[in-house]
Design a protein around this ligand. Sequence first.
Ligand code: GCU
Length: 335
Amino acid sequence: MRSKLVKILVSILAVILLGSCDNKHQRAVRSPEFVFFYAENQDKDYPTTLGGYKFSELVEERSKGRIKIIVQPDSTLGCEKEVMEQLQFGGIDFARISLSTLAESVPQFHVLQMPYLYTSSEHMWKVLDGEIGDNFMKSLEGSNMVALSWYDAGARNFYNSVRPIHSLEDMKGLKIRVQESTLMVHMVEALGAKAVPLVYSDVYSGLQRGTIDGAENNWPSYESTNHYKVAKYYTIDEHTRVPELQLCAQATWNKLSAEDREMIQACAKESALYERTLWIEREKQSKERLSQSKVEVIELLPEEKARFQQAVKKVYEIYCADYMDMINAIIVEGR
Ligand code: GCU
């Protein structure tokens, strides 16, 4: 009887011990080795955010759950300028950032977003996917950030609540919100308007309260932020194509093995291709949605566009005097 009792007790203990080992084992498999945060300033349905989710999914899948990347949309981790500062000291692990913001810290990136530089989206992608784009990515070395992949952000156009812009004269005196970028301030002032640098998330209330008359952005941003509801004149001049980069903090990169880095870079590139297809789709949808609204779309006539292009020439002198070879190489790619 006694030996039977001992046997039962031993079995119970064995089950408990095995169970706990098994739990530990399962926990070891399931709980990630790294949990990283990824900053995004657009909403959860926006193409760049969906690209970020895809990136996170791919990394989780390929690392078999070892690396988890939590994408935080809607500027929850801060505005782009703050995010970039945090990236530089490792406070945020990953982000998708507009080059306008990046160039404030790494000035050579102004080159890739100069006004009227690209003749089309194809032209820009030829540059970014080629040697010039690769060299720019590498040029981030020493900035405490690592470039992972290029994201699309289309072409930017002017919009305002005061009057339709058909000519350079119509720009005169308008208070136009720009990104927190000295290049964009100079560009808008060269066109005769008054530039007001402002955080992206404050543009809607600025338009509503009349502290600014207008802003400039691509179709999906104009539509997704509801700016069109408070600034109905949208003039297509495609003054800039400002590409974006997916970035990793150098401090985070340093924690990863060579294999993980390679895998993460590949996932970023794959997510970027996905984002590009979503971008094309979303541009169409935004145009379609806006055609059902009160928005008045104005196409600049070619001779007027030529005047806009002429007016911004001085901005090239300020920002690109040392980079004219690069500018010329980019222009050649568009021929
Ligand atoms: C685009 C870009 C954002 C940026 C915004 C802006 O929408 O995708 O990253 O913040 O322009 O105008 O500030």
